[in-house]
Unconditional design. Structure first.
Lengths: 163, 139
């Protein structure tokens, strides 16, 4: 009897095993929590990066278009048409106008019917004057920022000489 | 006999050393992640500052030349009253903490009258960016 007990003592006792299990489960749950937190942080950072790149792209694209324009052909609540006098003849020729519009729900900025920015919503256009006297254009739109809607605005003055 | 059995486990020193090593390793793995997030936020802040600066500059450019200095010299917008193109205050967390100031100075280049306009954007009171433009009377 005494000999058998000693043999048992060479392995783990039930208490030792339980403690080891408890400790490892605590460590594992800590690691899992950390991994989850890192994962969601990465998702949030990715989302923020995407939103920022859309904002930068739309901003640079539209301010450049407006600043270089020589005139505004038409301007309404649903969009406007810019004129870039590439051959300097003072007339709006074929291919010299660029349309900036939105879809029927007021979402998605559309440039020339093909270039779209789907992340932009609730778009409004505003002008200092009716076309063709428009010299200042302001654009408002919503962007989703990690579940929060943020209103952004872009405005620019026409630098071209034509009217 | 009892003493010998106790010595077969870890000493406190060994356990502490293991914990310290583990903590250093964990910090090494997690710090870059925390850093990436703050770099991203810094980029967003810079973009917003540049946008706010050019936004106000475009507004000044549309002002009648004769009125620029009287309207905008010493002009400032506090952290809660950044106005957009329609004169409405910007709202939302992306705009919080930003403020803007404008200084205008008349300058003579040869016989041409010009105005030097500087728009400065601050975040939490410290300067983030500034934009300077020369405006002439050619409207």
């Amino acid at each position: 009897m005494k000999k058998r007990r000693r043999q048992c003592a060479a392995g783990f006792t039930l208490v030792e095993l339980m403690i080891a299990l408890l400790v490892s489960s605590v460590i594992l749950s800590a690691v899992a929590t950390l991994a989850y937190a890192t994962g969601s942080a990465k998702e949030a950072t990715d989302e923020m990066g995407r939103e920022q790149s859309v904002l930068r792209h739309v901003n640079v694209r539209l301010t450049d278009l407006i600043k270089r324009a020589d005139g505004v052909v038409s301007a309404s609540d649903s969009g406007f048409e810019l004129w870039h006098d590439m051959n300097s003849n003072g007339v709006v020729d074929e291919g010299e106008s660029t349309q900036v519009t939105r879809d029927s729900e007021g979402d998605m900025i559309i440039i020339n019917g093909t270039e779209t920015y789907t992340q932009c919503e609730n778009i409004t256009y505003q002008y200092d004057d009716v076309a063709p006297n428009t010299r200042f254009i302001a654009i408002w739109f919503d962007l989703d920022e990690n579940g929060q809607t943020q209103r952004h605005t872009i405005n620019a003055k026409l630098r071209g000489s034509g009217n | 006999m009892l003493r010998k059995r106790q010595q077969s486990g870890f000493t406190l020193l060994e356990a502490t050393m293991a914990m310290v090593l583990l903590a250093i390793a964990a910090a090494g793995i997690l710090l870059p992640f925390a850093n990436a997030a703050s770099v991203q936020a810094e980029g967003a802040k810079q973009t917003m500052a540049a946008t706010l600066a050019s936004e106000l500059m475009e507004k000044i450019l549309t002002t009648t030349y004769a009125d620029i200095i009287t309207t905008y010299n010493g002009y400032s917008e506090s952290e809660t009253s950044l106005l957009d193109a329609a004169g409405v205050a910007h709202s939302g967390s992306a705009y919080s903490g930003f403020s803007r100031t404008v200084t205008c100075q008349s300058a003579m280049v040869g016989s041409v009258n010009l105005v030097v306009v500087t728009v400065t954007v601050y975040y939490d009171g410290s300067k983030v960016t500034s934009v300077t433009t020369l405006i002439g009377d050619h409207q």
